[in-house]
Structures are given as structure tokens and as C-alpha cells.
Design a protein. Structure first.
Length: 337
């Protein structure tokens, strides 16, 4: 189907949307345009520019900042895109509003990184009815209908958790370690999957999970949750944090409690952003499994193919590395994010 035909269909569909959804898209929540600020479909219809509406999770972590930069640096006018970008501040309702707004604008492609896994079918069906292809980046949705999106580009989070757990088992099994877990955002794919992968990997070892709470992927909440753990338990040996930022918050809490992070209490995290890698090189974190945030180029390629009506891979798994303290020292000088 041609771009212009799809835009006309989307415009008709938009006109038919209910008053309720129009109200939901108040100007306060309206996505910002990365381009001319106008209603994307009409202004770009005459050109080959691809109008892409992107709904980002938020700005909760260093990883997210690097991911946003990769998308904004790649989906540029020079590269053939008019990017409309919105930040959902970690709220699903904001993402749903942004997606509905992109449908009304008749963009060519909608891309988003779903804050949580469930609850997307209705809005994705609206996009499908408007003939607007959807690409998932970073996080998956949990839906029985995989025709609701064209492609999912992102890391294998279960595998990340597994790699972290395998390293923990290899290093610490037999020591009777007591572990606490700082979980990512409740209901999000990385929190669910990393927990699952880590748990599977340490099964059969004597590492004991004594407590687990969400720190919402932020440094502040990671610190707060770790402070609570330190008040409750005086025998914590190991922290598994679902991302670097929460691990960095935990370091602050551990130091404030007079203990030495990386020695008295070992720390394993996921991401590999610069601050995390620096803490690893400094000996305050013990191991990091990377989660590559540079998804802009893959998104641009898939969006171009989808608009051209070409077949695309349903699942694109991004490759991740893993680092111990020596590997972090070697990698830091060339680290891009
Ligand atoms: O979905 C990827 C995760 O989201 C990253 O690991 C975390 O830092 C971010 O907030």
C-alpha cells in the first residue's frame, strides 16, 4: 500500500475516532514534533519523507538517554525522516495518548518502547485499522496477536538475566551468599525477563534471594530501596540490580552505611552505560551485562522497509556483551554511551 493511500485511510479513520479519544489527546499531552510542528501526514505527503511518531518510555536512566539520542540522531530530516517524539514519563496512559495522537495525525509509522508488557491490544488495533504500521523497540508487548506490530527490535532480556546469574553462580556458589534484588519497573519486559533469567541461572546454587523490590529503573529509587534493605538485613552479600542506575543508587546507600561496594557487598547490574562502566572499572560494581541502547539505525532501516512495503524480520535481537572489572577498564576509552 502506498504512503499517500495509507495517509488518506488514516485521515478517514481519525475522523471516525470517538470524542472520548479526542479528549484524551489534550494539547498538554500532545507529542512534540521533531520537524515542522504541523500535522505530519499532510505536510509530508508531497515528499518522500517518512513521518514517524515515536513514544519513548521516559528519561528514567542513562540507558534511556542514550537510546533517545540514538533515535533522534538517526531519524533526521537528512536521513529522510520527520520524527515526532514524545516522552511518556514512565506512564502507560501517556503512551496510549501519544499513539492515538499519531494515528490522528496520520503518520507513516508508529514506533514505541512499551513501558509495561500488557494492555496494548486496543490501541494497536486502532493503529492497524488505520493502516499505520507499528514497530516495537527495546521492550516487547504481551499480546496473542502478533499481527498488531511489524517488527520488534531489542535485546533478549531473559538472556541478559541468565548471563548475570551464571556469572554470580560461577563466582559465588558455595559461599552461602544472601542476595537482594532491585527490580526494574513493575510489569515491564526487562524486569520480568531479567528476574526470570537470573533466577533460572542460580537455581541449584546456594545463593539465597532474601528480598526483592522495584526501584523503577531510577538511581533515586534504587538508593531508597537499598537503604531499606540495609536497615532490615545486616548480612547482605550480593545485589542484583536490573540496571546500572539502580546499582549506582545502591552504591551510594552502601557507602553511606559504612560498607564497601564491590567488596563487602558485591554488585551485578545490566546496561553498561558510562557511569556504570566507570563504577565497574573502579571496583564498586563486580559485573555488568550489557544492554545495547543504540537502536536508532535498526529502527530507521525497518521503518524504511515497512513504508516501502518490503518484508521485515519479526524479531531483531540486538547483540550484547558482558564485562568484568578488567574488561570495563579496557572498554571505557571507546565507550559510545
Ligand atoms: O528497557 C531497557 C531498560 O530500561 C534498561 O535496562 C533500563 O536502564 C531502562 O530504563
Amino acid at each position: 500500500m502506498s504512503k499517500n493511500f495509507r495517509r488518506a485511510g488514516a485521515a478517514l479513520f481519525a475522523a471516525a475516532l470517538t470524542a472520548a479519544s479526542l479528549v484524551a489527546c489534550s494539547s498538554e499531552q500532545a507529542p512534540q514534533s521533531g520537524g515542522d510542528g504541523g500535522g505530519g501526514g499532510e505536510s509530508a505527503a508531497a515528499s518522500d519523507t517518512i513521518v514517524l511518531g515515536f513514544s519513548q518510555v521516559g528519561a528514567e536512566s542513562g540507558w534511556r538517554a542514550a537510546n533517545t539520542k540514538s533515535i533522534q540522531d538517526t531519524l533526521t530530516q537528512e536521513n529522510g525522516f520527520d520524527l515526532k517524539f514524545s516522552d511518556a514519563q514512565q506512564k502507560q496512559e501517556n503512551q496510549i495518548q501519544a499513539i492515538r495522537s499519531y494515528i490522528q495525525q496520520g503518520v507513516d509509522v508508529i514506533a514505541f518502547s512499551p513501558v509495561v508488557e500488557t494492555g496494548w491490544d486496543a490501541v494497536l488495533e486502532e493503529a492497524k485499522a488505520a493502516n499505520i504500521p507499528v514497530v516495537l523497540t527495546d521492550r516487547a508487548v504481551n499480546s496473542d496477536d502478533d499481527t498488531l506490530y511489524e517488527s520488534f527490535i531489542g535485546s533478549d532480556f531473559v538472556e541478559e538475566g541468565k548471563r548475570a546469574g551464571e556469572w554470580a553462580k560461577e563466582q559465588y556458589d558455595g559461599e552461602g551468599y544472601k542476595m537482594v534484588e532491585l527490580q526494574g519497573t513493575t510489569g515491564s519486559a526487562p524486569a520480568n525477563d531479567r528476574k526470570e533469567g537470573f533466577g533460572e541461572a542460580i537455581a541449584g546454587s546456594d545463593i539465597e534471594l532474601i528480598d526483592s523490590q522495584t526501584g523503577n529503573f531510577t538511581r533515586t529509587e534504587g538508593k531508597q530501596v537499598m537503604e531499606g534493605f540495609l536497615q532490615k538485613y545486616d548480612d547482605i552479600d550480593l545485589v542484583f540490580a536490573h540496571n546500572d542506575d539502580m546499582g549506582l543508587g545502591a552504591i551510594e546507600a552502601i557507602e553511606a552505611a559504612g560498607k564497601v561496594p564491590g567488596e563487602d557487598i558485591k554488585i551485578i547490574t545490566v546496561d553498561g552505560v558510562k557511569d556504570g562502566m566507570q563504577a565497574l572499572a573502579d571496583g564498586k560494581i563486580n559485573y555488568i551485562v550489557e544492554c545495547n541502547p543504540l537502536l536508532g539505525p535498526d529502527l530507521a532501516e525497518i521503518a524504511k522497509k515497512v513504508v516501502a512495503g518490503e518484508e521485515v524480520e519479526k524479531r531483531i535481537v540486538v547483540k550484547d556483551e558482558a564485562f568484568d572489572q578488567e574488561a570495563a577498564k579496557a572498554a571505557l576509552p571507546d565507550r559510545q554511551y
